[in-house]
Design a protein around this ligand. Structure first.
Ligand code: CA
Length: 245
């Protein structure tokens, strides 16, 4: 399986543009090519899935929510469910003021969100942030960590709980590795927003809560390592999981 890291090392990142309006797709393709990205596009939800799973798999997906056949939200969910695409950063594109789409978008595993109309400058910026996040930060955490039944591999971005692989989104993985790096120290929502989502973040603190809730759920018994510190934030307690492990 080709990983994001591999393809970034070899050649220009490949971006899949999913958008049914051809007059929106074409200028995006041109501008992204000028910035040194490779692109692939899909005009329907069905073809988006085909293009997302086709090798080499894209390094990032720009996903419009309003598509003629399958909703972008469903497309996002299916991309997240498949092991070969679960780690690909997804930036949702949607119409102005669709707050509900934004919240649901994060719930189905989108990593970022852009409201139309957006500038190409803004788009490029978000792409750079998302790709950087998948590649990991420059400060090097240990390559592997184990806590009771939880095993985290930072090279492959794979997480196992009780020997079973748990599929995490790029953001969830970043969140988990941040907590492990800072084990035993309380992390406020603002700190997490800054570290995981980045300083230019537009996401709200409740997004942190919904991501942690989802991460805990996915980790099953190992989710107990996360402790809520009421009114402050969260803590990764390496002792806590032992109770259930
Ligand atoms: Ca559309």
């Amino acid at each position: 399986m080709k990983t994001v890291q591999d393809s970034l090392g070899e050649d220009a990142p490949l971006i899949l543009i999913v958008e049914d309006e051809k007059d929106v797709v074409t200028p995006m393709e041109i501008k992204l090519a000028m910035e040194g990205y490779q692109t692939r596009s899909a005009l329907t939800g069905k073809s988006a899935l085909t293009e997302a799973f086709r090798e080499p798999t894209p390094d990032l997906i720009l996903l419009d929510i309003m598509l003629p056949d399958i909703s972008g939200l469903d497309v996002c969910m299916r991309i997240r469910e498949a092991p070969q695409t679960s780690q690909i950063p997804i930036i949702m594109l949607t119409a102005k003021g669709e707050e509900i789409d934004r919240v649901v978008g994060f719930e189905v595993g989108a990593d970022d969100y852009l409201v139309k109309p957006f500038s190409i400058r803004e788009l490029i910026l978000r792409i750079q942030v998302a790709l950087r996040r998948t590649m990991g930060s420059s400060d090097s955490p240990p390559r592997k960590s184990s806590f009771g039944s939880l095993n985290v591999n930072y090279d492959t971005h794979r997480v196992h709980v009780e020997g079973e692989e748990v599929l995490l989104t790029a953001t969830e993985f970043k969140l988990l590795s941040t907590f492990i790096e800072r084990a035993g120290r309380v992390q406020t929502r603002d700190i997490l927003l800054d570290v995981v989502w980045g300083v230019q973040s537009y996401v709200q603190t409740r997004t942190v809560d919904s991501h942690i809730k989802q991460l805990r759920k996915k980790l099953g018994p190992a989710g107990d390592y996360f402790e809520t510190v009421r009114g402050v934030g969260y803590l990764f307690n390496t002792q806590a999981g032992n109770k259930t492990a």
